[in-house]
Write a protein that binds this ligand. Structure first.
Ligand code: SF4
Length: 389
């Protein structure tokens, strides 16, 4: 059976508040029967609360409506995020007064409150899940949809995979990128080869390793797999390869499974707010110009279906190249818009497929628009041109 993904478009037919995203979110919460499901539940609303001067995270107007629905239903809500983001959230407008419930760091203010899960994946052995996620009995994953320099895209999966874990685990997930070697000294590169590779990259993605300056260190975030360094480097000594980029998303899938397995399947709700879609993640602590047009809000009980549907709806949209930071480039033939921005190896569907493989949901979904566009509201063409008035 297909998973149902409820959708409210950012586009309005009329000049009416009822047709805007906060009100469409209300309709989605009704269709998900959130109020009926949260009675007496201890509800963790996992968000990305951003950092520093970022202002494009999910606006308090949306958060308050989710909190209100939980309170109406007799649940006990709290919003949570990593300690750094949670402890500074008031600087970006998130307080108990504005959103209607307390805000907790997932693992406590000093990250000492977590549960350890043991599972070997590349460089990772232990995963530290925030204690407040573990202790909650109901999860609402309220994610802001945006681009991400490590994996192309951030949505429901990424919000949990990184944000529910302690700093040490988040760093280890990023370090999976370096597990498969991309520098092969046995190929006997010339003395000047490394400098030539470093010079060839216009994005400063390659630097000398700080521990061993004879080797390169590749910053996965900056690398868009453009291939310029392949022409500069010695044959085969430096490789920008798919496997390094795939690791991050596979680790995200494992991390997501660890977090979700602490909840009964019927006690998980996923909400994606796809507006002000920036090229970079909210952790960067600033807000850039949007690079895709606002899509809308989505809601589902299936984390795989909601991210698959979000990506599918964004897939045909053109990248707003004029809004991209000048230090980045668009590769029009790289695939999904997020691959056009971040490179072909940062295929945003990798984590979605990996989560499906781990049994977390289905990529087979059905979209239900909670307020389909009323075509009769579109004005008919004028009988005479404006110039004739
Ligand atoms: S592939 Fe392009 S972006 Fe990546 S390191 Fe090489 S030159 Fe830099």
């Amino acid at each position: 059976m297909k998973s149902v993904v409820y959708f409210g478009s950012a586009r309005q037919a009329r000049w009416e508040a009822a047709e805007t995203l906060p009100c469409k979110l209300d309709l989605i919460l009704e269709r998900l029967r959130l109020r009926e499901r949260v009675r007496n539940e201890y509800v963790a609303i996992k968000m990305h609360l951003g950092g520093h001067v970022g202002y494009s995270t999910v606006h308090p107007v949306f958060v308050r409506r989710v909190v209100r629905a939980v309170l109406d239903g007799g649940g006990k809500p709290f919003v949570c995020d990593t300690s750094q983001a949670a402890l500074t959230a008031h600087e970006r407008g998130y307080t108990a007064e504005t959103i209607g419930c307390p805000i907790f760091p997932v693992a406590g203010p000093d990250e000492r409150y977590f549960y350890t899960y043991r599972k070997r994946y590349k460089n990772i052995r232990d995963w530290g899940l925030g204690g407040h996620i573990e202790d909650a009995t109901f999860l609402i994953d309220l994610a802001h949809v945006k681009g991400h320099p490590s994996c192309g895209f951030g949505g429901a999966i990424k919000n949990l995979a990184l944000g529910a874990m302690i700093t040490e685990t988040r760093s280890a997930i990023h370090d999976t990128f370096h597990h498969n070697p991309y520098w092969l000294p046995e190929k006997r590169p010339d003395r000047g080869a490394l400098d030539a590779i470093i010079r060839s990259c216009p994005f400063e993605a390659v630097v000398r390793d700080k521990h061993d300056p004879t080797r390169p260190h590749l910053h996965m975030e900056q690398c868009n797999q453009c291939g310029r360094c392949a022409e500069a480097g010695p044959d085969g000594a430096f490789r920008v390869q798919r496997v390094n980029f795939r690791s991050f998303q596979e680790a995200c899938a494992i991390s997501t499974k660890i977090a979700l397995d602490t909840f009964e399947p019927k006690k998980r709700v996923f909400l994606n707010v796809a507006e002000h879609i920036t090229p970079l993640c909210d952790c960067f602590g600033f807000t850039g110009a949007p690079v895709l047009t606002d899509l809308g809000v989505l809601g589902a009980d299936d984390i795989v279906a909601i991210d698959q549907a979000t990506l599918d709806l964004l897939a045909p949209l053109p990248v707003m190249a004029e809004n991209l930071p000048a230090c980045m480039e668009v590769q029009p033939n790289a695939g999904h818009p997020f691959q056009q921005i971040h490179g072909p190896y940062k295929d945003p569907y990798i984590a979605v497929r990996a989560c499906e493989k781990l049994g977390l949901g289905s990529r087979d979904y059905q979209i239900v628009d909670v307020m389909p566009m009323d075509a009769s509201r579109r004005p008919a063409p004028p009988l005479v041109g404006a110039a004739a008035l």
